[in-house]
Design a protein around this ligand. Sequence first.
Ligand SMILES: O=C([O-])CC(=O)C(=O)O
Ligand SMILES: [Mg+2]
Length: 525
Amino acid sequence: MESTLKELRDGNTVLEVDSKSAVSGGVRDVHGEDAATEDQIVTPWTISVASGYSLLRNPHHNKGLAFTEKERDHHYLRGLLPPSVVSQDLQVKKLMANIRQYTVPLQKYMAMMDLQERNEKLFYKLLMDNVEELLPVVYTPTVGEACQKYGSILRRPQGLFISLNEKGKILEVLKNWPEKNIQVIVVTDGERILGLGDLGCQGMGIPVGKLSLYTALGGVRPSACLPVTIDVGTNNQKLLDDEFYIGLRQKRATGQEYAELIHEFMCAVKQNYGEKVLVQFEDFANHNAFDLLARYGTTHLVFNDDIQGTASVVLAGLISALNLVGGTLAEHTFLFLGAGEAGTGIAELIALEMSKQTQAPLEETRKKIWLVDSKGLIVSSRMDSLQHFKKPWAHEHEPIKNLVDAVKAIKPTVLIGSSGVGRTFTKEVVEAMASFNEKPIILALSNPTSQSECTAEEAYTWSEGRAIFASGSPFDPVEYNGKVFVPGQSNNAYIFPGFGLGLIISGAIRVHDDMLLAACKCKKS
Ligand SMILES: O=C([O-])CC(=O)C(=O)O
Ligand SMILES: [Mg+2]
């Protein structure tokens, strides 16, 4: 018996033993008789073994034609597969050829999701071997379009949906998830999906995509990753009117009703998975993102990717850019378009690093950083009407209404776009940057590509090839005046999988700013 179990464990066959299988005293309750009392309605122990037909339909263990002759004998697969045995490498070759035939990115996305649902090992092999080509498919920018059309393209639901209907029952809902040992949860409420706005329940594509990078880039086991979407309704009328919309058909719950659902979720998560489970908040709207991070940052292992992840990756990029333009952080002047999660998160981390480098107080280093929001430059005369996360950036200056005037007045060396609004770094803005900077640093961070503040081509052309440019969404290399410029990508995908892995393997129970600063300075050895 023990040797068969070991074989099952070591082999490819699924073996799931519920932890309740051993009754107290170390005596195995083989027939479940001791535990099967009337007040215990759950099966006291279960062993499930996938083999044969069900093994082929189990995405975690299916290998398709790559099952060897021996495995086909052992797992009752004879006759269920055509005779040919192919290597995983050949499977990768075939699938890449198929995926490359699709010209529409969304078709590639759907092919990848189908694969993930069919043969998880092959999905990750494909993604890891072809990461540059497939990252824009399973992640930004295509995942944005997938979320917009999620209701129409959905085949088999992925992740866990927790809606207002589940209020009071969230712990039970977590127990419906087949995996028990969860290490990372990526959760969204869908209110600010990339720069695309409120996509309600259809935001699920984001946690699914982020977690596939946790595995492909961070090496976290897929079974330890849990994508969650909290559905409190949507204010997106187009979705509410869409017959294929998959979420609750109501306006967003707010205030106490919202806070109570999130709180129940956070408590249930800790109760079910323990203190070391990492909860990554993703694509919440500004008005909730900061509050959630503040509220749960002291009681849970939480990380906001849009505030902290983006901040670390951008600071890492700036530290590298200084090698090209010279000077220390404190010798530069920063101007942001966008004062939300990404903008203020990045600004704060830059100020913190400057303060560490120069020993100057944070209040002083913040003065090197200026932010423009939809109402213009953030200045002290606007203080009373500013949301709390913008207040630290309200410096003394006369009011300025638009970006180009702010650029001309502040004369930044670094211009960062994080507003979620595309096409806002106009020719005039880029030309102004290039007029007083030998090498202007220009970061167009908003996602997906349609929301990018400018394209790589625009940044290089309008600056006559002098801009140091990076963007949130990927852009192809650009040829300008006979020279090829390769734009950088400054997306939190370059930090959260490694950062999260570090949190998990170190057994951390809280996230601290020093960890973010350390992550920024990590160099590939
Ligand atoms: O998902 C991405 O590509 C980056 C990100 O967090 C966002 O734009 O919200
Ligand atoms: Mg995000």
